[in-house]
Design a protein around this ligand. Structure first.
Ligand code: MRU
Length: 359
């Protein structure tokens, strides 16, 4: 991690609340341009989430909460009840942007709770703004804690694989899976990362490669189709990924391709870790209840604006898949390491800390 002289996080910060606006890195422009965009209308934040300007479960959560804060401070409502009705409408718009990452629901609920508790319009506006700033700070702290806990699993000089982008760019800063990698490096161990390209949106080659290079961490790329041969050659010692949702059973919803990497890892006896904050856990749903986002087929049928598939071909483009708990070595959270049997470890940690979703 990049720390400045005051030991404050000094790496890429994906989104911030500044001067009553949301400022975020437009990730659709990476790696060629580092562009920051400012939003003052929650509808624009919703569009930014849909278009993947901001993506990654924790970042989507905080962006959604900040969107709701924009709706709150811009509201002209004169009474608490009118304000809450307006916020409920903004909540619905933001909630519908992306269905799979539970962090979005968690973050929006957190803001709604604050607004329902407030007594006056003025008080609600103040408290909601304070809360989104707190959420952004907490996100970095949680990732740093997860990093410290996870870094003990890695030995000096290892080469590890990651999929998609679970880094600074998927959070407010520091990252979940890449946060652990940053913490390994900070602990004085050397580490090499192999990032998968992550077709079709290329979060691995565009974002993970960009941010690790930005922080001076050794990173190489492999096409998604090259994962098997690298494992068979013994190049990869461990795998670490993030998550969009983890069920009480230990089923992990994450970027499409995670399941096949976990399956190959098991076939080659390679430890497979998931790093995720408690806000990524969903205690209510069963596997079949979770909506897996199906994205536009153009993400697959075109490359750099050019069609690469014959017209009339049906395309499947699910954005996420499900890795069953038996393929996971351990889950790294900010409260500790969850080992097998995962359902028991998850139950125990939530008995101590309560569910983040208030259920
Ligand atoms: O479609 P995306 O880019 O939002 O998908 C992101 C992922 O799948 C990440 O691995 C996940 O959100 C964890 S981010 C810390």
């Amino acid at each position: 991690m990049k720390l400045n002289k005051n030991h404050i996080y000094d790496g890429l910060v994906t989104l911030t609340w500044k001067d009553d606006a949301v400022v975020l890195i437009d990730q659709t422009k990476l790696p060629n341009k580092l562009v920051y965009r400012t939003f003052r209308d929650y509808n624009d934040v919703a569009r930014a989430i849909k278009k993947l300007m901001v993506r990654g479960a924790p970042a989507i959560g905080v962006a959604g909460a900040m969107g709701l804060a924009l709706a709150c401070i811009r509201s002209r409502a004169n009474s608490k009840s009118d304000l809450v009705i307006e916020l409920q409408h903004a909540y619905d718009v933001l909630r519908l942007t992306r269905p799979t990452a539970i962090n979005l629901l968690w973050a929006l609920e957190r803001i709604m709770k604050i607004s329902r508790r407030g007594k006056t319009v003025m008080e609600i506006k103040q408290k909601v703004v304070q809360e989104v700033q707190k959420m952004a700070e907490e996100d970095i702290e949680i990732n740093r804690r997860m990093g410290k806990i996870g870094s003990g699993l890695f030995r000096d000089g290892e080469t590890v694989m990651t999929h998609c982008n679970a880094g600074s760019l998927a959070t407010v800063g520091y990252g979940t899976a890449l946060g652990v990698i940053r913490a390994v490096k900070e602990s004085g161990k050397s580490i090499k990362v192999i990032a998968t390209e992550t077709r079709p949106v290329l979060q691995g080659s565009r974002l993970t490669a960009f941010e690790l290079q930005h922080d001076g961490i050794d990173v190489s790329l492999v096409p998604d189709t090259g994962v098997g041969i690298l494992m068979a050659r013994g190049v990869i010692k461990r795998i670490i990924v993030g998550a969009d949702r983890i069920l009480r059973t230990g089923h992990v919803f994450n970027k499409i391709g995670t399941y096949q990497i976990a399956t190959l890892a098991r076939a080659h006896n390679i430890p497979f870790y998931v790093a995720a904050p408690l806000s990524t856990f969903d205690f209510k749903s069963n596997v079949e209840d979770v909506v897996i986002e199906e994205r536009d087929s153009k993400e697959v049928s075109t490359m750099a604006g050019k069609r690469i598939v014959p017209r009339g071909i049906h395309i499947f483009n699910p954005a996420f898949d499900i890795t069953p708990p038996n393929l996971i070595t351990a889950i790294i959270t900010e409260k500790g390491l969850l080992k097998q049997p995962l359902y028991k470890a998850i139950r125990n940690i939530f008995r101590v800390y309560g569910t983040q979703h208030g259920d």
